[in-house]
Design a protein around this ligand. Sequence first.
Ligand code: NI
Length: 439
Amino acid sequence: MRLSLLSLSILPFLYAPLAIAEQRPELAQNIQNVMPKVIDWRRDIHQHPELSNREFRTAAKVAAHLEQLGLEVRTGIAHTGVVGILKGAKPGPVVALRADMDALPVTEQTGLPFASKVVSEFNGQQTGVMHACGHDAHVAMLMGAAEVLSQQQAELAGTIMFIFQPAEEGPPAGEEGGAKMMLAEGLFANPTPTAIFGLHVWPGEPGQLLVKTEGIMAAADSFQITVKGKQVHGSSPWRGIDPINVTGQLINAINLIPARQIDVTLAPAVVSFGQVHGGIRWNIIPDDVKLEGTIRTFDSGMREDLIARMAHTSEHIAKASGAEAHFHVHNFAAVTWNDPALTDWAMPSLKWAAAANGVAPIKPITGAEDFSFYQQQIPGVFFFLGISPDNTPLNEVPPNHSPMFDVNEDALITGVRALTGLALDYLAAPPQQAAQEVK
Ligand code: NI
């Protein structure tokens, strides 16, 4: 009896998001109205892509737009980051929305009328520059959401933080950047959001939203191993220590760790070697060999265990041959971890946003995102927006980072609806409110 009464009292809070979105017929129209601008912005940014930590033009365009909307604008965060603060007329919670701004060292081959012709320097090499990961669409959708939400300012109870982040793809060698650097520079200090949402365009049914609770993208680490032997003439290997032979054993042994020593029923784990360098001449056994690769995991305990086993295996296999192995790991991103309670809370808003296109589950993705660093500080939900061309089998769609990658612009309205709906629903009925009611 008591339980059923309690459930009834919770209902309005738990189901508030869907109700609120449906109670705003003008919202859908306002979003519809901003879409031509979103598509213009996306094409302009696409034609003028900028590499990580060099997003000067993009940042200026974003800042000018947010200023024109009357937001409080902060620039130059983590080099080129821009933050817009929209304060509602009434007090309330703080929610953050994030878009990444950087392009990739890829030479575009789409043949689009607004294709990039930009050439730049990346780590000392000349390269074409392209929005091959769709961050142009992310920036344009969040600019659109900021415009629509700023129109609601008089009714808003709370604050919306718009984060335009540089260097998601990783800063150039020798530089800091991205989400980690924005946080280090006090991104969440004032105001402090209690939730963050972000999305990524992805090969999938156009306009469909794809989400999963808990780990949605992997933690990414690079590893470096130096195998130190003793240089000697190839004709008399017994006079030295052969690091090439140790390397051969090491690659096999390390590749077997995820297959033989890790409980793969708990979560996926991937280890891949990407570089092996050693030697200079056919008849000289070199002094050392350098190896590099990547580790992808979805569980922090498993990650630590895997790294410890890789270090242990390297050391002991080298030792067996009288060599030494030095093992190092560098972390690029944590697990993109969708808070289960916030993900449940977000479902009605996402369903409203996707409408007839629907919300579908997605398998864990072994790619990584530095959005994960925000989620280490506050609960967050990261999700994907299907942007494949109409009527095209998914296995024929060029994936992110391909020189042929393209975004179906008709799908972008779903992204603007998602960002706008999540922010409005969060201010109106954040999940904490439901939790407080349960107590
Ligand atoms: Ni990306």
